[in-house]
Write a protein of this length. Sequence first.
Length: 223
Amino acid sequence: MNKSGSFNKFVVVALLLLLATIIGSLIYITVMVNQALRTVVSPINSVNHTLSTQVSRLLHPTPTIIPDPITIIREVQSLARLETIQYTLEKVITAEVNQGVFGPLFGDKLLFVAHGYVIAGVDLSKIEAADLRMEGDILMVNLPDSEVFVATLDNEDSFVYDRTTGLFQKSDPDLETSARQAAEQEILNAAIVDGILEQAQQNAEVYLERFFYHLGYKHVVFE
């Protein structure tokens, strides 16, 4: 019985060792297979990522801006402009062509949101000697009329909000340009109607009055 029991224990131990060896081998094979799969799949994933990036660039290209290295200076001019006021305005412009009954087929329409600014003031270079004279202790000043120096769009904040093109119509490349030109003119008109020139003249007189006082003139009158 002792020999039989010892033999049975030996058989059990041998089976356990065999089972452990098999399990270890399976684990090792599994690890090696996973590593092999990663080695094979990684280049495929890399290729897929590269192809996806290239397709995305084709569908959504980033524009390349190449300025001409040659700069031509047309004119250099000395300025003596006293800028006394600035308006910042927003205007919505609708630009369209071929609208009406056939608009859904041949029309082109866009909604442009324009942000711009207008700067006005007085050009002091237009003052001549006869425009400044003394009458007793009063300095009489004849200022030139105020004028608009700058009226332009802010391209960073101006954009096409919506555009609708007919079924058989391509987008008109000049339509946005026309909208921008109209928006710039409308911004200028709005500033003038609101009284930018009058306010520019008043601000210029207030500024120059203080300036003349600092020069020693006690009384200043603007004609």
